[in-house]
Write a protein that binds this ligand. Sequence first.
Ligand SMILES: *Cc1c(COP(=O)(O)O)cnc(C)c1O
Length: 367
Amino acid sequence: MTAKSSKPRLRTDLDLIPSYKAGQRPTPREDIVVFKASSNENPYPPLPGVLEAIANSAASMQRYPDPFSLRLVTALAQRFQVSTDSIGLGTGSVALCGQVIQAATHPGDEVIYAWRSFESYPIWTRMAHAVSVQVPLRADESHDVEAMAAAVTDRTRVIFCCTPNNPTGKAVKGTELAWLLDNVPQDVIVVVDEAYREFVTDPQVPDGIEFGRDRSNVVVLRTFSKAYGLAGLRVGFAVADPHVIDAMRKFAIPFGVSNVAEDAALASLEREDELFARVQALSAERDRVWHALVDQGWRLNPTQANFIWFRLGDLAVPFAQACESAGITVRPFPGEGVRVSIVETESNDRLLLVAKEFRHAHPASQG
Ligand SMILES: *Cc1c(COP(=O)(O)O)cnc(C)c1O
């Protein structure tokens, strides 16, 4: 081959596509046990029956999986009392975020979402050549539904509502979601991203699936990654009008849900009682840590997810470093805040110590 003179031509807007920043993994240490509190994962290991299902399923990995994952689709339809054609599966619900944007937008169409929110929204939007319209969260971290509705133009095709919101933890109330749905055009898709729905304990926070029963523009996203503890297997699902689900399926990666993931999800659904006991314990632990922090003087907004958000501004990175020194790897958003997942009790307790010391060192820090 001759000398390579010119590089292959790529998209000219690559710099405008943000890169996904995954939560860091802790580096093992000699002195203390380290904890990963950076990706909102479930700290519990898989339940025994789930592990067995995975092992059985792995025995046929020379085969492609069922492209329709019909057993899982049927089980989910039963579980949530919807028709099977209202369920779409994805390689994690992050893939479904992309599928709904691809299915609904032409280049230049607009996607509205609150900001700061889930970092995949701007990535998928740009990948689809659509345009992000970011509506700042209110001072109390809630979705500014009035401003979101006001941002709608005739190019708006999708509105994301992340509830509870990642990374701030605040959930959208039923009254707010109802208002939003009543005040945007009925042909604009409203995605209710409920990745953390199972951790919600506030009765004012609605179940998106109920909202979708009589509205064809609601797309609810759920995942097996967080509460169900299957983050490593990559399976999520959408509940929506069959017309939308059909369109979203066109943008799915073929065989994107492995048979191992399907069997693990099925086994998890069968063991929801055991799993939800763990989820309840995590929600209670979240409330314990949150109240202890408030007692220390932190002004935190309530969280309904399995993480706590410290809005620290310029102190975000120093606080994340303090956590790291104490053996807790967290997720900093430089200049904005720090998201800390509720994980093993030892980690949560250690967080309280770090937070207390940090407040002594920086009395003005709010969080
Ligand atoms: C974690 C998360 C998801 C999806 O995660 P998957 O592992 O891809 O299912 C979707 N939305 C939000 C807001 C999340 O935090």
